[in-house]
Write a protein of this length. Sequence first.
Length: 326
Amino acid sequence: MVMRRVVKLTAFGAPQVLSIVREALAPLAPGEVRVRQTAIGFNFIDIYQRKGVYPLPLPTGLGFEAAGVVDAVGSEVAGLRVGDRVAYMNAGVGAYADLRNVPADKLVTLPETITDAAAATLLFKGMTAQYLLRRTYPVQAGDLLLVHSAAGGVGQILTRWATALGAEVIGTTGSPHKHEAARAAGCVAVVDLNDPDWPEAFLTASGGRKARVVYDAVGKDTLIRSLDCAAPFGLVVCYGASSGKAPAVDPELLNKKGCLFLTRPSVFPHNADPATFRANAADLFDAIARGHVTVDIGGRFALDAIVEVHRAAEERRCSGALLITP
Ligand SMILES: NC(=O)c1ccc[n+]([C@@H]2O[C@H](COP(=O)([O-])OP(=O)(O)OC[C@H]3O[C@@H](n4cnc5c(N)ncnc54)[C@H](OP(=O)(O)O)[C@@H]3O)[C@@H](O)[C@H]2O)c1
């Protein structure tokens, strides 16, 4: 019997509801691979699920992304061998563990140039930046973009990659001590969200120009005023709810604010098909190889410290990506 350590959620609530249990790992099903995980990524969606904002059937595991080494291969698996280095980001919840069975078609093989730590902190967030920059709107050189939470995990990657594509990024952060991280990621100016007139501050920083695209994952606290920062016929991308669920928007308001487009996309449908997932991952790995995407690991934690990981993220203490090691 193969035993493992895994984080379980038996009730929704504060970070303390997370506990680590030792349990037997199920035998491999056809098409599955057992991964000995060496690096696990934290994503803000893990908080929504822990709190029950996006409710999961309980008890449940948590976490969407990890990297590691193939430890055993089930039947009906082609193209993967014991010892291969792999990563995943859309195999369902349960990545907070030292060992996990994963469907082979949800795995990508890692190039030698990408460390396990980089993969586990870049894949989910990088694939998010990938569809936001390529498909939600194909970003062009010269576009002005407003990126909220520009010092955060997705925010830094989005900013770096957009800058490499020739766009000009103005970022926001929730505190002045994060400005430097946002600037280091490529922001030409950083606006403090504590400024009650932050949309005005954005327009001052841009010289009065409005953004072709506003990327808003803050939600409740910012979405309506984000509409004031988008250029006529521009796009507002509501892709998260860090401050709480975004309010409903009357279509007439989009008309008044300049015939705006509003969308609420997700990384999962963009990567549901295995061939598309691999093609998107190849695009991300290429951007990493070119130096267009790098990761800033803002905190490293042991799996045993999972409660502290959630506290640090929820209290907005961190910038960059958080890494968990089993
Ligand atoms: N739709 C998708 O496909 C998709 C995929 C991945 C992630 N996301 C979303 O993208 C966002 C960023 O994800 P991430 O994992 O990279 O997290 P993160 O940016 O590292 O952390 C979230 C950030 O939200 C900001 N924030 C604003 N109001 C907050 C509040 N009331 N409480 C806590 N944080 C608040 C904080 O930055 P400041 O303090 O600088 O404001 C914080 O650093 C999340 O909203 C996530 O759900 C969406």
